[in-house]
Write a protein that binds this ligand. Structure first.
Ligand SMILES: [Zn+2]
Length: 196
């Protein structure tokens, strides 16, 4: 029987257990071929809504291609810093700091219901960089506060997906059992069968 070819997923994987690491996972190897799930502005906005960074209708209009370019740039900046942090190196935070410097936000009081006064953070969103500031801030927070022992990439040699191991035993090895865990099991099984 022929193996069923894996269909290319239409949407990026969401499996990192962390929204910043899932940002990195918008680039992945699908059947050993590198795929960037972000090809258009709409791919970025769909992902932002799906991951809960923004709600539908909260996305401002930018010049065509501007959001895609800024999001890809931010993704590369964050990827570089995370990889270096994971490798125990002192990454240069200048590019991420440049992003953070553009962020403008201030708290505003808001009655959300009678008797319920809340403080909401308002953000300027005049540029894609300002709009993406919450991602830059979350990445900065992760770099400072995360346990990098628990931030790992999938053990499968062809897989580049990241995750934050929040399991109790901290023994997570795969991006997901369905994607790589089973592939590994099948390969191990074949190896055993081939041994004389
Ligand atoms: Zn994997």
């Amino acid at each position: 029987m022929n193996a069923t070819p894996t269909a290319t997923p239409l949407e990026p994987y969401v499996l990192a257990d962390d929204p910043v690491l899932d940002l990195l996972n918008t680039q992945a190897n699908v059947d050993a071929v590198p795929v960037d799930f972000w090809q258009h502005d709409a791919d970025v906005t769909r992902w932002l809504v799906r991951l809960g960074w923004f709600r539908e209708g909260e996305i401002p209009e930018f010049e065509a291609g501007a959001l895609l370019a800024a999001a890809r740039h931010l993704r590369e900046v964050i990827r570089g810093l995370l990889e270096q942090r994971k490798a125990g190196q002192l990454g240069d935070p200048a590019a991420l700091n440049a992003f953070l410097r553009k962020a403008v936000s201030y708290p505003q009081l808001l009655w959300t219901a009678p008797g319920e006064l809340n403080l909401h953070r308002q953000r300027k969103q005049q540029t894609p960089e300002q709009f993406l500031a919450p991602l830059a801030e979350a990445a900065a927070d992760l770099l400072v506060n995360a346990d990098f022992e628990l931030i790992r990439t999938c053990e499968h040699p062809e897989c580049v997906l990241w995750f934050y191991d929040r399991t109790k035993a901290h023994k997570r090895r795969w991006c997901s059992m369905a994607l790589c865990g089973n592939r590994h099991k099948v390969a191990e099984f074949r190896k055993r069968k081939l041994k004389p």
